[in-house]
Design a protein around this ligand. Structure first.
Ligand code: XMP
Length: 509
């Protein structure tokens, strides 16, 4: 498939470029700007986009122009820093300007296929300080804004093009049309990317790879692993086995729901309950990172032991998705302090000598949901909120015990049930209950009680990197609180978390 390669120079919008391009029906992948050209050997490259980024081309440590772009002889569109880098490297000049942040008006001053079907004046989204002040040889200026006289450029062959504004963000009017013009009119790329095309070609690829082998598939109850398993069922029914390890740290009735969906789809699976092992391992542990490490390692150990017993398998299928791939690439490169490790089943491939099958490796979450819908994954699974790998272990502050897990599961279920009854379960992007390690005094009947405190958390977020607390209706909170205290005698107090991220994180640990 013809692929647009987006080279990431550090802009917060780099992933967005890829999504927009795919939404338009063209296939795109994101790579770090200093990727070695050999890494592209599996791709049929049709064009490049250079993303924006925080650097200035004159900074000695600024990312440079990738030399391989000259070898490929494919159209290159530079956006923001990408345009400045392109202009500077090809002989133009870049200088600090007054800067433009936010919405401004762009004027097309030269007819060009990039702006075909678009009015002369339109609103664009800018975020830059430097600007191109003189064009490289054989380049023409295509458009301007009030404080940026060279805001769009192209060479005479339309091989190197640049936009100072961000066509990928919603605030830029006609942004999609400009990207479409670039891909269709300038690069001549075919629209080959669609969810149903993906399903067909992935099924074929899995069949060809697995042949007569057997595949073990890790299922966690989350969206990604379920879609992976349903896809395998379409490709190689009978040749794969989903393995579900119950850690005892899932939400109430969650495993039943997932396993029921598998049964209804006629997918054979193996279920093992190892909750005792997990509770034992967590005994006396209060540090959140230690809990994550213990749950992650034990999961890998239990899974690997089971795999050896019920094997042999030649392949391991995992629900890795594109943000995981991008994030792990970034982690490899950066030594920045991590606020918390997000431990999933990442350790499995190191322990199990199986070849990996990761059919969703290049998909974003919303694309996974679309594919899941098309292959019949039930909506209650597709719409599931993110759930941390270490599960309720990081929602019980302090030591985890079986008793506390039971209390939290019930409180959390009441919260979910009441939000559902109020028709508000889609309002927050994530909501849950947390069990605190303090006790508070209450009265039940005429007697003094001394019980647990439950905190309720509900947040709205686009990307889970920042989040706002959701102002749930007081009547609903009242109902949830009174039900939790009445139905769960061990709890005497319920509080509502009104902290956004930052300064807090979404989870309490
Ligand atoms: P924080 O708490 O970092 O959470 O604001 C952001 C998102 O990540 C989820 N989360 C985790 N997911 N393993 C995971 O797989 C973890 O250890 C973990 N900790 C937090 C959290 O639920 C939220 O969606």
């Amino acid at each position: 498939m013809k692929t647009l390669v987006v080279l990431d120079f550090g802009s917060q919008y780099s992933q967005l470029i890829v999504r927009r391009v795919r939404e338009l029906g063209f296939y795109a992948e994101l790579f770090p700007h200093d990727t070695s050209p050999e890494s592209f050997s599996r791709l049929d490259i049709g064009a490049f986009i250079l993303s924006g980024g925080p650097s200035s081309v004159y900074d000695p440590r600024a990312p440079g122009f990738p030399d391989f772009l000259n070898l490929f002889k494919k159209p290159v569109l530079g956006i923001c820093y990408g345009m400045q880098l392109l202009a500077y490297s090809l002989g133009g000049k870049v200088e600090p300007g007054p800067g433009e942040f936010g919405e401004t008006t762009f004027r097309v001053i030269r007819e060009h296929p990039l702006f075909s079907g678009i009015p002369i004046f339109f609103k664009v989204w800018m975020s830059h300080r430097d600007r191109v002040s003189s064009l490289p040889p054989r380049f023409i200026c295509l458009g301007e804004t009030e404080s940026c006289p060279i805001a769009a450029i192209s060479d005479e062959d339309s091989l190197f093009l640049g936009l100072q504004f961000h066509p990928e963000v919603e605030h830029t009017h006609f942004g999609r049309k400009i990207l479409e013009n670039f891909l269709e009119k300038i690069c001549g790329l075919p629209r080959e990317w669609s969810p149903s095309h993906f399903i067909e070609s992935e099924i074929q690829r899995i069949k060809e790879k697995v042949k007569e082998g057997r595949v073990l598939c890790a299922i966690s109850g989350g969206v990604d692993s379920a879609v992976t398993a349903f896809l395998l069922q379409k490709a190689i029914p009978g040749k794969f086995l989903p393995l579900f390890v119950n850690t005892g740290l899932l939400r109430l009735k969650e495993e039943e729901q997932v396993l029921d969906a598998f049964k209804r789809a006629g997918i054979q699976f193996r279920y093992i309950d190892r909750s005792r092992l997990f509770f034992q391992a967590l005994k006396g542990i209060t540090d959140p990172e230690e809990k994550r490490r213990i749950v992650g390692n034990l999961f890998v150990e239990v899974f690997a032991r089971e795999a050896r017993e019920i094997g042999p398998f030649q392949f391991l299928a995992q629900g890795t998705i594109y943000p995981d791939v991008i994030e792990s690439r970034a982690k490899e490169r950066s030594s920045a302090d991590r606020i918390k490790t997000h431990h999933n089943v990442g350790g499995l491939p190191e322990v199990l000598p199986f070849e990996l099958i990761e059919p969703l490796r290049f998909l974003f979450k919303d694309e996974v949901r679309v594919i899941g819908k098309l292959i019949g994954v039930p909506s209650e699974i597709l719409l599931r909120q993110p759930f941390p790998g270490p599960g309720l272990a990081v929602r019980i502050i302090g030591e985890v015990t079986e008793e506390k897990v039971e209390i939290l599961k019930r409180a959390d279920y009441i919260f979910r049930e009441e939000l559902g009854k109020a028709g508000l379960e889609k309002e927050p992007d994530q909501f849950f209950a947390v069990l605190l390690p303090v006790k508070a005094v209450g009265v039940t009947g005429d007697r003094r009680a001394y019980g647990f405190v439950v905190a309720l958390r509900a947040v709205q977020t686009r990307d889970f990197m920042t989040a706002d607390w959701t102002p749930l209706p007081p009547e609903l909170l009242k109902k949830v609180s009174s039900r939790i205290c009445n139905d769960i005698p061990e709890v005497t107090r319920v509080v509502y978390d009104v902290t956004s991220k930052p300064p807090a994180t979404i989870e309490w640990e």
